[in-house]
Design a protein around this ligand. Structure first.
Ligand SMILES: [Zn+2]
Length: 92
């Protein structure tokens, strides 16, 4: 026989234990290249960039159609980034 609990756990004790069993909010930062929300200190899974360099070729696994769509997306996001940059320069 294995271990058998000596006493039953009260509802209160069960509740106390379970108060810690919850999902915690993940800390996300915006990718410096495409602006998607990613985990900090990780390569961006959307554009494959890390610290301004392309680390992963995200197009390698995609079909031609998907590749076109993704290239379009990345271009648009980089465009919006540039516009935000220029607006910042205007302010300063
Ligand atoms: Zn990215």
């Amino acid at each position: 026989m294995g271990g058998v609990p000596k006493r039953h756990k009260t509802k209160s004790k069960v509740g106390m234990r379970r108060s810690h069993l919850k999902l915690e909010k993940k800390n996300l930062v915006a990718c410096s290249h495409c602006g998607n929300l990613i985990l900090p200190h990780r390569v961006c899974p959307y554009c494959g960039y890390y610290r301004g360099k392309m680390v992963i070729d995200v197009f390698a696994k995609l079909t031609k159609k998907e590749r076109k769509l993704k290239e379009k997306e990345l271009k648009e996001s980089s465009k919006s980034k540039e516009s935000s940059k220029s607006s910042r320069q205007e302010q300063s």
